[in-house]
Design a protein around this ligand. Structure first.
Ligand SMILES: [Zn+2]
Length: 219
């Protein structure tokens, strides 16, 4: 059976961790507390099994993080929009990653239409996606494959929404004249292997539709 830490242990573990960090580098917290300049904005699911800093072996100060149920990028969500604005205007992150994960409760709940209350509102775009891509999803061999595919479609859709955020649009337009602009990426974490899949984005299609400027470079 799985062992969970007790509430007290969390505080004790933290104290032990702080001592250990200082022992290895006595200036660690002095430097950490001075400023942050993370190269990455990470937008992921709130799921407890997706702690992206553990999974990518990154340290405090490297990832600016925003999480919500099923990693949604909703263009009226002031929480997300202000995090994005801070990340690009103040921190000037080099990359923005939307990361979904297989076995996502938000994806499965939306697909089966069994989420109620605000959770249902929150995941309504995923329901739309499962309708829009019904034919492709139905052609897959089983439910696991359908949910996995819907997870990927959701990530791609949310990256597309990022491109529609006016601050990002403006930054890319200006950056293309010679300067800084962030690169956008879509990932899926496979909880069954612990591995991240870097999804191929339909950039040519988005460029043809005017969602992405034609000279935008992925890297
Ligand atoms: Zn999830």
């Amino acid at each position: 059976m799985r062992h969970y830490h007790s509430y007290d242990e969390l505080i004790r573990n933290n104290a032990r961790w702080a001592v250990e960090k200082t022992r290895k580098d006595h200036k660690y917290f002095e430097m950490l507390s001075e400023y942050q300049a993370p190269p990455f904005l990470y937008i992921g699911c709130s799921d407890s099994r997706v702690p992206i800093d553990t999974l990518t072996q990154t340290e405090p100060g490297e990832l600016f993080i925003h999480r919500n149920i099923a990693n949604q990028v909703i263009l009226t969500d002031i929480n997300l929009l202000s995090a994005v604005e801070y990340a690009i205007e103040v921190l000037q992150v080099r990359h923005i990653v939307v990361c979904g994960h297989y076995e996502c409760g938000g994806i499965a709940g939306a697909y089966h239409n069994n989420l109620r209350g605000l959770k249902e509102n929150w995941t309504s775009r995923i329901k739309d996606l499962s309708r829009i891509h019904r034919e492709e999803l139905d052609s897959l061999p089983d439910e696991k494959a359908r949910l996995d595919r819907l997870t990927e479609l959701n990530v791609v859709d949310q990256v597309q929404n990022l491109f529609k955020i006016s601050e990002i649009e403006r930054l890319i337009e200006a950056g293309l004249q010679g300067g800084y602009y962030p690169r956008l990426h879509g990932w899926v974490l496979d909880l069954r292997s612990g591995l991240i899949k870097d999804l191929e984005l339909p950039l040519q299609h988005w460029k043809a539709n005017g969602v992405v400027p034609s000279n935008y470079q992925e890297y």
